[in-house]
Design a protein around this ligand. Sequence first.
Ligand SMILES: [Cu+2]
Length: 673
Amino acid sequence: MNFILTYYSDAMRYIIIVLLFWGINVNAQNTKMETNSTKSVELEEVIITAAVKKKIETEMKMAVSVDEFLASSDNISFIKRGAYAWEPLLNNMSSERSTITIDGMHVFGACTDKMDPITSYVESNNLASVDIKSGQEGGMHGSTIAGSIDLKRKNTAFTECKEWKGSYQTGFEFNNKQLFNLGNISYSSNKFVADGSISYRKAENYYDGNNDEVKHSQFKKFNTSLGLAYKTNPLSSLRVDAIFDMAKDVGYPALPMDLWLSRALITSVSYKRLFEQGLIRVWDTKIYFNAIEHYMDDTKRPENLVHMDMPGWSTTYGLVSKVNLKKSNLSSEIQLNAYNNLSIAEMRMYPQDRSKRTMFAYSWPWVTTQYAGLSMNNSLEITEKSQLNFGGSLGVNHNHSKYVDFNWIFHPGAPQEKTRILPSLNASYLMNISNFNFSVGSGYGHRAPSVSEGYGYYIYNSFDRYDYIGNPDLKNEISYEVNASAGFKEERLGIEAKVNYFHIQNYIIGKILSLGSPMNYQSVGVKGYTSLDYATLFNFSINAKYDVLDHLHWKGTLTYARGKDNKQGNLPFIRPLSYQTSIQYHYRDFGFQTSVNGDLDQINYSPEYGEDETPAYTVWNISADYTFFINNVRSTVQVGAENILNEHYSTYADWGNIPRMGRNIFTSLKISF
Ligand SMILES: [Cu+2]
C-alpha cells in the first residue's frame, strides 16, 4: 500500500503541475463568450448546485482552514489536541456518533488516538460546501446518531463555450508563522471538464495568551486534487476524482506523541444520468477506494523513557448509488451505500535502544467492517405553505477481527464475527405562516460500535490517562430524538431558534475495569468500553441577524447544551453556554468586520471522565479587506487580528487544557480570474 501511495502521489503531482501551466497558457489566448443556450435540464441542475453552494469562508476570514470553517456552524464544536486536525463534534457528540463523508464516500481515519478526523484530509480550496444534517435526518449516508457531515468537493459544470477559471490564495499568519499557498484551476467545455487544486501549509509552534510557546504545535500539510468529467451524451456524464493529502511533522501538544507522516489517497469514479421526463430525475452512481496510512512519533518527547511506534492503516472501498424521483408534489431520494473497511493499528514498544523490540500488539487487530444499507428520504408538499419530510434506512453491519486473541484477553470467547441490523426512521413537519416558519420532527436510529469501541486493545487516552479496551459484544446504541425550530424573517431581520433532545439507549462510554494493568507508564489504569443504560442530550441554539443599514449587517448566535448519564451525572465534552456576535460593514470596495465570541463558565463538567472546570473566556477579532480589479482579474487583500486582547484561555474541549492561540495577526491575498 505504501508503494501504491507513493506512486500515485508522484504521478498526480506531475499531472497537476502540467495542468496548471497548460491552463495559464491557454487562458491567455482564450476569449470568453457568454451563452444562454444550455439545455433546460442542465440549467436546472446548475441552479440546484448554485443554491447549495456556500463559500468556504467565515465572516472574519476569507482564507480559512476546513476546521475554522466548520467552527462557524452553530451545531459543531471541536475537541482540540493542538493546532491541527480538530475532531468535529456534531450536536455535542463525539465523531463515532456521526457519519463524516466526502461526497458521500466513507473514509475512516487510521489513528487510534483520533489524530486524523476525515476533515483533515481535505483542504478549503477543493471544497465547494459542507452539508451538515442533524440527527436521523443525516441517515442518508449510513447509520448515525448525531447526524451527518458531508464534505462536498468543487465540481465545475459543463459550459457551451470553452472556459478557464482559476484562483490563487496566499497568506501569512504571524502567531505561528503559518504560510499557505492554495491554487485552483478549472477548465470547462461542452464535453469535458477538469478541476485541479493544489495547496501547501506550513506552520511553526504557536504562542498562547501569555506569549509562551506551545511546544509541539507545528504542522505541514500538502493537498492536491484532480477531477475530470466527460459528457458521454447530452444527459449523462462520467467523472473521475482523486485527492491526495499528506501531513508531515505535525505536533499534538496535548498528546504524548506527534505525527511523523500521514498520507491519504481518496479516489472515485462516478456516472451520472439526468432524465428529461418521467418519475426518475437523476441517477448518480459512484464506486470509490481510499487508503490512509498514519505513523506516529514519540521520539521528540524527552519525557518518554520507552518508545512506542503506533502505525495505523485504513483501507476502504465502496459504492454509493442515488436516484432522485419526483411525482407531482412528492420528491424522493433513494440511496444505496455499501463499503468495506479494513482497520489495522500496531503497537511496538522499544527501550532507548531501538534494535531491541520488547513488545508487539495490535491495537486494532485487523478489523474488517462491511456495511450495506438502503436509505430513503421523501418530501411531500401538502400545501404551498406546509411540507412533510419522512424517511428511513435499513443497514447491515458486519465486523470481523482477524487476530481475535487480543480481544479474548479481556473478553474470553467473544465471537470473531458479529452482524448487526441497523434500522432508522425520521419524520418532520414544516410550516410557514406569513413571516414565521415552524418545524417539529422526530427520529429513531441504531449505530454499531466503532472499531475502537468494539475491538480496540490498549488504546491510551491521554485525556483521562486510561488505556481503553474494546468490547465486541457491545449492544447497538439506540437513539430516540425529537427536534423543533421556529423562525421569523422579514426584510431586515431574521431570527431562528432550534432545539433537539436525544435519549440514547446503551450509550457507549469507558468505565474503569478492575482487572488488567496499564501498559503505558503514563497511564493510571484500564477502562473498558461499556454501555450505560441510557444518556440524554439537549441542544439549543438561537440565531439572529439584522441589517442595520444597507451595508451594515449584524449577526448573533447563542448555544446551550446539556448532557447527562443515567445517574444524572454530567457527560464529558458538552459545550457550556456560548455566544458569538459579529458586525460587517461595506463601503465601496472596502469591507470591515469585527466579532466577539466566547463560552461561559463550564459548570456542568465531568470529573469522572477526566474533566475539570473550565473558566469563561472572550475572544475579540477584527479584519478589513479591499477588492480591486486589474483587467479581468479580481484581487482581494485582507488584514486582520484574532484574539486582539491576547486572552489566555483554553476551552472545555481542549484536550489536557492546552492553551489556545494568543493574538494572531493574519494577512491574505486572493486572486481569481
Ligand atoms: Cu495518531
